[in-house]
Design a protein. Structure first.
Length: 414
């Protein structure tokens, strides 16, 4: 089969969508509110809303379609692999938070931070809002997948296992024929609205230095994760990292680990045989919802900056340690949607760090400025954790059940 050129690839489409969205948004921003520009903006806002609703609807289906069948393939090892995945996701998250805390106490005292973020244009509400409710919340889908997968594995339920396998094939078709083709539309309209409201031209320069520091921290943490994963598994982690470009770019546009899940699965599957197929199907959807190292790192660094900015001092070291340890738990339960981490942990920010309404509002604002890059770090880091799962499975003699099933089917046909 002839390979498609770069102009037909997903990364190129995402770049074009991003660039077109920014140009259109800036043009609408400078049009002085003409009727034509407002009409165009209303259409774009409606399209963004509907596409976002569609992708949001598909997320629970993707989670059930991939995690539950993957757990059944693990057989008697399902419980153990799930606990290993939860542990390494938690360790990665609190490690990123403690790393950001150390960087904050080291770097932020030498910076002059100006919090002024006024003068933004308001994005109009959708004129036509087509609501597409999910069949269940994301966390419900995650727990449903785990419980059904574990119960089917413990009871060796061949009938349910077969249904889950067929459902996974159906979900794969939905992803490849519907979800991926509309992703550039979501990314383009997202950046268009950001450019229109002025986030790109007004908010971003205010905290540019902080965002750049956080991004450098993301790359350092990813290098550490992939280095540890490669050393533990004895495999070349660069074989995985080099395939994660499309997933990184998609996460930058969607600002959602869940919405990026379909592309992340494609990228991880290109990394075989470095990553085992069963570990990819099990780990990537699971980590998309419980591994938020980039978002945790960003939030930790930003709460320190906001505390210094509004209250004139950093939180005590003891409170920051408690905050980091609890934030790792909240990150596991946070929804994989834009701003999910900071929204889930607002209670921590208020109760542990003592932020008032002004502080929490400012946190939400500046977190949104870089949420896309934090999400990209989350998604890319999932590949490293999946490599750790692969290494664990190999070291503990956990066989790849999907391959055994294929061989058995081939023998029956013969």
């Amino acid at each position: 089969m002839e390979k498609k050129g770069f102009i037909h690839s997903l990364p190129f489409k995402l770049l074009c969508a991003l660039a077109i969205g920014i140009v259109v948004g800036l043009a609408l921003n400078s049009s002085d509110g003409s009727a034509a520009s407002q009409a165009i903006l209303n259409v774009l806002v409606c399209v963004k809303y509907i596409v976002g609703q569609f992708i949001s609807f598909c997320v629970p289906l993707i989670i059930i379609g991939f995690i539950a069948p993957s757990i059944t393939r693990l057989g008697n090892n399902a419980s153990r692999m799930l606990m290993v995945a939860l542990c390494i996701a938690y360790v990665s998250s609190i490690g990123a938070a403690l790393f950001a805390t150390t960087a904050g106490f080291t770097i932020l005292p030498h910076m002059a931070i100006n919090p002024e973020v006024d003068g933004l244009k308001e994005i109009p509400s959708p004129v036509f809002a087509l609501d597409i409710p999910q069949i269940m919340p994301v966390m419900s889908a995650l727990f449903f997948s785990v419980l059904v997968g574990l119960a089917a594995a413990w009871n060796s339920s061949k009938y349910i296992t077969g249904i889950l396998e067929e459902f996974q094939s159906i979900v794969l078709s939905i992803v490849t024929k519907f979800v991926i083709p509309v992703l550039p539309v979501l990314i383009g309209t997202t950046f268009c609205t950001l450019a229109y409201e002025g986030s790109i031209t007004k908010q971003l320069p205010i905290f540019l230095a902080i965002i750049l520091i956080v991004m450098v921290g993301h790359y350092i943490w990813l290098a550490l994760l992939y280095g540890i994963a490669g050393a533990y598994s004895g495999r070349n982690s660069m074989n995985i990292l080099k395939n994660y470009g499309p997933a990184y770019m998609t996460a930058v546009g969607t600002m959602s680990s869940a919405a990026t899940l379909s592309v992340a699965l494609q990228c991880a599957k290109k990394s075989e045989p470095t990553l085992r197929d069963d570990m990819v199907s099990f780990g990537i959807p699971l980590f998309a919802n419980i591994h938020l190292c980039g978002s945790v790192m960003t939030e930790t660094f930003f709460v320190m900056a906001v505390s210094k900015m509004l209250y004139g001092e950093f939180p005590p070291v003891s409170k920051m340690i408690i905050f980091c340890l609890l934030l790792g738990v909240f990150a596991i339960g946070a929804p994989g949607v834009p701003g999910g981490t900071v929204m889930a942990s607002l209670g921590l920010i208020i109760s542990v760090l003592g932020f008032d309404e002004t502080g929490t509002a400012l946190m939400l604002t500046i977190f949104a400025l870089q949420d896309s890059f934090g999400t990209a770090c989350n998604v890319t880091g999932d590949g490293a954790l999946t490599l750790i799962l692969t290494g664990y499975a190999e070291k503990h003699g956990i066989t790849e059940h999907s391959d055994e099933m294929k061989k058995a089917k081939a023998a029956n046909i013969a």
